[in-house]
Design a binder for this molecule. Sequence first.
Ligand code: GLU
Length: 488
Amino acid sequence: MEKIRTRYAPSPTGRMHVGNLRSALYEFLVAKHAGGTFMLRIEDTDQERYVEGAVDIIYRTMKETGLIHDEGPDKDGGYGPYVQSERMKTGIYMKYAKELIEKGEAYYCFCDKERLASLKTEVDEDGKSITIYDKHCLGLSKEEIEANLAAGKPFVIRQNIPNEGTTTFHDELYGDITVENAELDDMILIKSDGYPTYNFANVVDDHTMNITHVVRGNEYLSSSPKYVRLYDAFGWKVPVYIHLPLITDENHKKLSKRSGHSSFEDLVEQGFLKEAIVNYVALLGWSPEDNEEIFTLDELIKKFDYHRINKSPAVFDIVKLRWMNGEYLKRMDDDKFYEMAKPYLDKSLPSDYDEAKRRKVAGMVKTRIEVFPDIDSHIDFLRELPEYDIEMYTHKKMKTDAGSSLSVLKDVLPILEEATDYSNDALYAKLLEYVTEKGYKNGYVMWPIRTALSGKQMTPAGATEILELLGKEESLKRIKKGIEKLSV
Ligand code: GLU
């Protein structure tokens, strides 16, 4: 059987979009699942879209996500160069373009801007207007072409697509697709600056680099018949095409920068774990047979069968990603969690908390947060008692209200004043004595204490744990404040 070779072929235009990350991940998985080779190719022929530093982002993101390529600009596998601008310098694209011209499958076009501007335009699926070229230069004689070339007249090379007939190609997800040739434009293969277009370079490179499976976004689906015509013209074998479904936002619109979470780096900045992002992105259009949802990259490699990719649009659901991230945090080793949570704890906690206290707080929030930045909302009350309404003292199940709370707080104030051991256990034992003596239910006493200490309905810890964290002085201050609020 032929060895599977896939490629991730990003254009260095900025941050890695979730859609690109998914293409990279699926390409990686298709190769690794079959013991094949995963290659990185930098597609930098569009000089207008080139962004300084974007190549570094690509390397960094691939490393951080664990999508390690077997071949690429930094790892020669015998198919280099792996950067298209360097490939161009070898003359490869021009050589093949000229071969097409000889075969009658392409032609020089010398039309200037003014003439092109006068031609009919159509709007493509992204709303961009594209010129429908009228094959004017196909009619030039050999002499005219040579004279133009000799005079140094700027030119592009266009694909020659007949106006009659149809072209059929196969996609693994979409099946056989047949289009009328008349609908296909004579796209530019070589631009006037001598660079190939993506449309041409992807075909030449995928073939010459021996790529067997092409996985990419379905924005390339409509151009694929033109690519297939190029393969046929050269007599090359067409790779297996897998065009992935669109990724939309919650409103079923194409996921865009405006969503605020469209790139890998956006998500990392929002506190998502790299492993969780990769795990979530794997499910944007694919699911395993057993419908399991949490897996490591190694497990994904084992499970990933591209035949299970779904055609329908995948909704990027930030709520689901948050849930998944929370699952990763719950399963994280305590020490690692502490190390990662530290910057957030440092920001939220009073500066005099020692490491033991900080670790305790980390343990309390670990199962409660979904992303690290959630930490503050759970523990902000430790830093400062928020303003709260005395309504909060009323709890139906605990059978408490403002009156009962006032009398409990008044009773426990001297107990807490006398106590010298402010550990959770010692305080719990002391308060239990009071509870038993009065014949109250635990919650009847703990609810008002916790409310006075936190000013919150929900806290990551019980009353006595909070007493321990706050310490005697601060605890007493807050209990007195509660009494004061309830007394008016
Ligand atoms: N350079 C193209 C992009 O970044 C790659 C598309 C492909 O995978 O063929 O969108």
